[in-house]
Write a protein that binds this ligand. Structure first.
Ligand SMILES: [Zn+2]
Length: 481
């Protein structure tokens, strides 16, 4: 929202702010749950329990429609595919005939990705978080919104045993209250959706009690938001000795969920924590089932996991996620390089009944790597993600030979757990100096996510933040070289 609109909103008394939220939710209701929603709900319900073959048939039908539109009506593809035999792509297996698409191309050519004749102003605009550069603008046709929200209902919420109609809490990144607010309420209630919107920026040991009381008062039965935010609240509740609150489910997304974060959530809220994967490009969705296997959601897009040279990875081999969206027929993204990494699990029959393939090792944004003196880029270092006692952690690289391992302790944490992580990293990369620093909280990105690796060189805007954090916490520095 524009600054002046936010300023206006902030000046309103709480009850009027909540009225504004209710009106906005009413507007969204018509877009999200209006025409086409019920049909999409039925279609995706069937797809969710379809056999692998039936789901593939459904995907391949949609794929051909999307390719037809892209090749004939979207200026960018018309130009780029001139020498490409796109019409022989009949199924997901043929996709390698088409070139991969980089985010930079979308950034550079933006409107050339729109089907001719569409006025961007008539479309729904999504902006990516832009953690690794400027944000991208992604346009959705408004007719896609009911499909998207039907897919969310069927493939995320129902899988976790909850739904739109059940009161919920959302730990979000919107500035619904002023950053300087120093007393509750750190939330606003959207009566229309029975959604308690909690500020993720004000969670601490001091405020945890008030947050949890709000969840009780408003009858929230499940919680969503960034994994780092939900687990920060759970851990703050545990640290402050607040009486745990039983919820039905936590559905988290948006950043890396470590084993320690999951444990905090599942301990404090006494419910399963489901990790999910999605993005506003809307080309690839995945959701954990009750067996903690992250199944691809067929309705969103076709997923490939590829090596650097573009060849497909074997099961267990980590590669880049490249996805083709099947919902957006106004701005099609085809073989879009997500910049996220994962591996396919071995083929298996999952007890949950979902036949869709399973992603593992979903981690490491492209930018999450150390750069060593010899120029090596070392990614996928997040050994701490598997340590159940480390709530969250970050590698802060300040020179080619040195990084701090910032650790936020979790349940039953001991220093040796962090030192084991350092050993693990050095086993992978060789000689490298690491210092463990215990911190009360890992600094977040502007959008409230936790990056696994931060390289200070070239990030002057971050230096003051980290210098003051290190100065405050340096008495806990432990050399682990
Ligand atoms: Zn499953």
């Amino acid at each position: 929202m524009d600054d002046w609109r936010m300023e206006l909103y902030w000046r309103l008394p709480v009850y009027l702010q909540e009225t504004v939220l209710g009106l906005y939710a009413g507007y969204l209701d018509r877009l999200y749950y209006g025409r086409g929603y019920q049909e999409a709900l039925g279609e995706f319900t069937k797809l969710q329990s379809a056999s692998r073959d039936d789901a593939s048939r459904w995907q391949n039908d949609r794929l051909q429609q999307v390719l037809q539109i892209a090749a004939t009506r979207v200026p960018y593809y018309r130009e780029q595919w001139r020498a490409v035999d796109w019409s022989s792509v009949r199924s997901a297996a043929d996709l390698p005939l088409l070139p991969r698409l980089d985010k930079q191309a979308v950034r550079r050519h933006e409107v050339q990705f729109l089907v001719e004749g569409h006025d961007p102003k008539s479309l729904w605009l999504e902006k990516t978080s832009g953690t690794t550069g400027t944000a991208l603008r992604i346009y959705w046709p408004k007719s896609m919104l009911p499909q998207w929200w039907a897919l969310v209902e069927v493939a995320l919420r129902r899988v976790a045993g909850v739904g739109q109609a059940i009161p919920r809490a959302m730990l979000g990144g919107r500035a619904i209250i002023r950053g300087t607010a120093a007393a509750p309420p750190y939330w606003r209630f959207n009566r229309r959706w029975r959604q308690l919107y909690l500020s993720s920026y004000h969670v601490s040991q001091l405020t945890a009690d008030a947050y949890i009381q709000a969840l009780r008062d408003y009858g929230s039965e499940w919680i969503t938001g960034y994994g780092s935010a939900a687990s920060a609240l759970a851990q703050a509740g545990l640290d402050a000795g607040v009486t745990p609150l039983r919820l039905r489910a936590a559905i988290v997304s948006g950043d890396t969920v470590t084993a320690g974060m999951r444990r905090s959530v599942e301990t404090f809220f006494a419910c399963p924590c489901y990790d999910s994967y999605g993005q506003c490009e809307a080309v690839c969705m995945a959701m954990e089932c009750e067996y903690r296997r992250m199944h691809v959601i067929a309705g969103a897009g076709i997923v490939e996991v590829l090596r650097k040279d573009g060849s497909p990875c074997d099961p267990g081999e980590v590669g880049e996620i490249v996805a083709t969206g099947l919902l957006n027929d106004v701005m099609p993204l085809i073989r879009y390089r997500m910049g996220d990494y994962a591996a396919w699990a071995e083929e298996q029959v999952c007890g949950c009944g979902n036949t869709q393939p399973i992603l593992t090792h979903l981690e490491g944004r492209m930018d999450d790597y150390l750069v060593l003196r010899d120029g090596r880029r070392i990614g996928r270092l997040a050994a701490f993600k598997r340590s159940p006692t480390i709530h969250s952690a970050q590698l802060l690289q300040d020179s080619p030979d040195h990084a701090y391992l910032l650790v936020r302790p979790g349940v039953d944490y001991q220093l040796r757990d962090a030192l084991a992580v350092c050993d693990d990293i050095r086993e992978k990369i060789g000689r490298f100096n690491l210092d463990v620093v215990e911190v009360p909280e890992i600094p977040k990105t502007a959008r409230g996510k936790i990056a696994l690796v931060v390289r200070l060189s070239g990030r002057p805007e971050l230096q003051a933040i980290y210098q003051s954090l290190l100065a405050r916490c340096k008495n806990s520095v432990d050399r682990a070289a």
